[in-house]
Design a binder for this molecule. Structure first.
Ligand SMILES: [Zn+2]
Length: 64
């Protein structure tokens, strides 16, 4: 799997300083507050707002 838990514990959404959680498919980290999904590239989380995809802040996980 990709991101170690120790890393998840220190990572936060740069916009709202809220914790992020791995997406079900494991290729992103989703902010629990604003719903932005930060990509994980080569097992390295990219915590940049301009790289994030905006999703509804639920776990629906669908793209429109
Ligand atoms: Zn956020």
């Amino acid at each position: 799997m990709s991101v170690p838990k120790e890393l998840l514990d220190i990572l936060a959404c740069p916009l709202c300083r809220t914790e992020v959680r791995p997406t079900p498919d494991g290729d992103g980290l989703k902010c629990v507050r604003c719903g932005r999904v930060y990509p994980v590239k080569d097992d390295i989380p990219v915590m940049l707002p301009e790289e994030a995809k905006e999703e509804a802040p639920t776990d629906a996980g669908q793209f429109t």
